[in-house]
Design a protein around this ligand. Structure first.
Ligand SMILES: O=C1O[C@H](COP(=O)(O)O)[C@@H](O)[C@H](O)[C@H]1O
Length: 233
């Protein structure tokens, strides 16, 4: 595990954007089509807005989501819509590369929608999974004390009673989220400092789901000083 710290949220957002572009270019230089799991959340959107085209072929990157708010397609609360608005549309990512989760109004139940999404995930490890972290230590829509944290079989699950609105969500689970070469946890703000300190310190996943995030090759925390303020020196 490594921890990298920027002075403030603006420089962190720029740092995440630059590192993401560099990472995708290097995967493509190795001859692979990168697969990336996007997160929602404040610092993620700020980073997405700062992404520049760089040396990446944006027509050849597959984007998935770690979780989604189960509201109608195009709704401003949807993580996929926020990412489209922040960078996917601007950089010309083709619709066929945007693997959005099902939306409210689809013909399936939420459980069927979750299982259907799981069936679309690649068999190979993701190249990169991005996580925002809530003040309670949640990642994706895996919340403290919720049974989804203990899912070991299904790679995507339904959540009916998220403590953070909107209540209905679909989330990937650890078996999918940790089937990734690189996992980056991106966090800003003092309100998340305690959750970060617990997760980095190896808390149990019931109290702090972020503690369960782990990449196959690397697990990296990208923080601003405020989010890092409760880490031991
Ligand atoms: O609801 C969600 O929240 C988290 C973190 O969001 P933030 O606004 O506190 O930064 C995010 O990681 C997750 O994808 C999203 O659905």
């Amino acid at each position: 595990m490594t921890v990298d710290i920027w002075p403030d949220a603006d420089s962190l957002a720029q740092g995440i954007a630059d590192r993401l572009v560099e990472h995708l270019a290097s995967v493509q230089a190795d001859g692979r089509t990168p697969s990336v799991v996007l997160t929602g959340g404040t610092i993620a959107i700020a980073a997405y807005e700062r992404i520049q085209a760089g040396d990446v072929d944006w027509s050849s990157v597959d984007f998935y989501w770690g979780d989604e708010r189960f509201v109608p397609a195009g709704h401003a609360d949807r993580n996929d819509q926020q990412a489209r608005d922040a960078f996917l549309t601007r950089l010309g990512v083709p619709e066929a590369r945007i693997h959005a989760m099902p939306a409210h109004g689809c013909s399936e139940s939420m459980a069927e929608a979750a299982d259907g999404y799981a069936a679309t995930l690649p068999a190979d490890p993701f190249d990169l999974v991005l996580h925002g972290v809530g003040p309670d230590g949640h990642i994706a829509s895996l919340f403290p004390g919720f049974p989804q944290v203990h899912e070991t079989t299904r790679r995507a699950v339904e959540v009916f009673d998220s403590p953070k609105p909107p209540p209905q969500r679909i989330s990937l689970t650890y078996p999918a989220l940790n089937h990734a070469r690189s996992v980056w946890l991106i966090v800003s703000g003092e309100g998340k400092a305690e959750a970060v300190a617990r997760a980095v310190g190896g808390a149990d996943v019931d109290s702090t789901p972020a503690a369960g995030a782990a990449g196959l090759d690397e697990t990296v925390w990208l923080l601003d000083e405020a989010a890092a303020s409760k880490l031991p020196a």
